[in-house]
Structures are given as structure tokens and as C-alpha cells.
Design a protein around this ligand. Sequence first.
Ligand code: PA5
Length: 435
Amino acid sequence: MIKVDISNVWGEVSLPDLLAMEKEVFEAHKTLTEGTGAGNDFLGWLNLPVTEPTEEIKRIQLAAEKIRSDSDVFVVIGIGGSYLGPRAAIELLQGPNHNIGKGKGNPQIYFAGNGLSTRHWNELQRLLEGKDFSIAIISKSGTTTEPAIATRALRWMLERKYGTDGAKSRIYAITDPCKGALRQMATEEGWETFVIPPNVGGRFSVLTPVGLLPLAVAGVDIMEVMKGASEAKTAYDLRSFENPVWQYAAVRNLLYRHGKMMEIFESFEPGFKMFGGWWQQLFGESEGKDGKGIFPVTAELTADLHSLGQMIQQGQRNIFETMVRFNAPEQKLVIGSDYKNLDGLNYLAGKTLDFVDEKAYLGTLAAHVDGGVPVITMDAGDLNDRKVGELFFFLELACGISAYILGVNPFNQPGVEFYKRNMFELLGKPGYEKK
Ligand code: PA5
């Protein structure tokens, strides 16, 4: 189980305040699991974790085997909930530099269609020169502009390289089972497809083929991920404050009610950065509506202690932090002794890097708490495929409960449409003409 430590939040908020929320948290959890709240047609994610491979998972594993054997590079096209989850998991498990030294047998994985940068596109084109590659197009609606543009360009690159039939066997579409332009294209062109269930929203879709196909191609054991999520589903169904999901969901709402408007979600692992990005979308899109919501920010420690550290320590006191900790890996770096000791580091000789990291964590925690910043700690234990599944489900559940405590519909995102409408009008998209 992930352990949540809330002993560093007391000050402005108190334990009796928290305990007084018990009924509220209970109701929010019940509303979510019984499907009686706003957005209840998007609760399919609650039932995604499985312990045995489904037919779809077996197809994903087969497709991943083929891609691993015939591709140097696998390009995953998608944006928002159709991209952040797989990238988060791959970088957390394999590090931000996971592509180094990879090729056929264990392909490199790049992400496209998550923006409109020509520089990013030019770089991808250079990366793909002379390489065998396959693509996954992920879009639930099948109409999102950024991935649609990337799809057109990459699909034509594939067709030029392998011919129409050759390209066909290298394109995988992950989309709604019936609706949308991508479903129609995939059917007409004969691409292999995987389904995003209609009752699973983008940011809750990592345990569907959206996350599972890229993860399987990256060599992650997707059944381990599913088992971790499945264990989490059982373990975190507990209806009391012993449940760490309750502790996290309730404390963040309590802090918000006491003026803490911003949450910094952070870890001492560089590979955690994109996981923070996934969390940021999950909570940001789920809670930021009706003039409410905790603004989700991410940070990488210790690096950001040298940039955001000053602001956290002495800036506006409207923030709190959630620090995620993992057990140190088995392979250690021991700090050596230098007879000249010009850098003055001999006092650390013989100590391991993770020993220093632990002290940095404890020192940071104490400093920030002293500075008036409440800190929630999540001790996630060993980092492995199963843990990633557990973390995904833990945070999705916490998000659903937290949003219902906040009093918003966690499963819509009406605000995202506003920029699109303006952009379409400016682009002259039919149907979006200036009135
Ligand atoms: O969480 C969400 O619903 C969004 O972030 C979507 O995933 C994102 O807008 C991409 O949408 P689509 O999968 O329809 O292309």
C-alpha cells in the first residue's frame, strides 16, 4: 500500500477539522462507486483493472511483439489524456533518457501530435530518417487537430516508405468503438484497431489500450501494471480514514478551504517529471471548473530547489506540497574519497548517493514546513511495473473523490473547447465562420 503521511500539514488545519470531514468523504466515495454523481456516464475506468489478460490485452501483446520485432522506432500520436499516461509510465520506469541505445527488438518510443511545433516535427522527421517505424494513432474523438495533422504527415511518410499495403500493417488506431473520423479512417484503410471504451474519459484512460499498447512496446509487463491497479482497487476501497486515498483527497480539500490554492506535486526522481504531467492533467481538468480548483503544479527535486525553492520557502503562503518517495534502487553509488579533498566532500566519503538524497528530502521537508508550507508525503515503496498500476489507480480514485468533495463534475472539461473555437475560426474551419 502507498503510505500517506499527513503529519506535516498541521498548523492552520487541525486533526479535528479533518475528522469532521468523514461523512463528506464517505459520501463522495459512495457517490463515485455507486455512480450517482455528476458525470456518472464516465465511470468505466473503475472497472478497467483485471488480473487475467482479456482478448484485447492478448491482441495488444501480439501487436507489441510485432512492433518490437519490425520497428526501430514506435511513434505514439496523441494529446492530453491520449498521450500523457503512457509517456508518464515509460519515463518513470525507464528514465527520461529511455530511448538511448534502443532499436529493433526494443524500439525507441517518441511522441507526436501533442502540439503544433514545426521544430518538433522537423526533429522527428530527422529521427525517423533511415529507420523502420510504426505508429499508433490515439484519439478518442478522432477529430483532435494536433494528432490529426501528425497522423496525416506520418501516415504519408509510411506509405512513401513501405507502399500502401506495407504501411497498413504498421498503423494502429486506438479510438472509440463506433464514432469519429479516426474510427472511420481505420475501418476504410484496414488498420488494426483497439478500443477506448465510450465510458472512459481521456485522462482516466491509461489502463485502456491508450496506455497499454505503448507500454507493451516499451517492454513493460502490462499484466503487472494491471495487477497493481487491481490490487489498488481492492485495497483502497476501504471506507475510513485509514484509507490513504481518503487522507490525500480530504487533506488537500481541507488545505484548499484554508487558502492553500496551489499544490506542488513532486518527487526526487527525474523520471517522475512526466508522471507529474499526467497527475497535473488528471487533477487540473477534473477539478478546475465553476470558479473552483486547486492549481496543480509539478516540480523535480532537488533540481527545482535551485529554481522554485526560494518561492516555496518564502513566497506567498498559498501553497502546499505533495512529495512522492520511492525506495532507493539496489545498485548504489558510493561517494569516493579524494586525498586532496579540494571540494571538501570527504565528509561524505563512503556514503551512498541515496543516503545524501534521504537527508536532502528530510532537510527540505523540515525547511518547507517551518516556512509555513504544509507537506503531504506519499511513500510509494519499490518502483516497478506493478507499482505504476497501483499509483495510477490510487490517484484516479483520489481525484474522483476529491472532485466530488469540491463539488464539481470530475469527468467533463467544457473549458477546453474555448481555445479550439477561436483557433478554428482563425483557421477558417468550415462551420466556425465569424458571425
Ligand atoms: O482528458 C481528456 O478528455 C482530454 O485531455 C483528451 O484526452 C484530449 O483532449 C485528446 O482528446 P482525443 O482523445 O479525443 O483526441
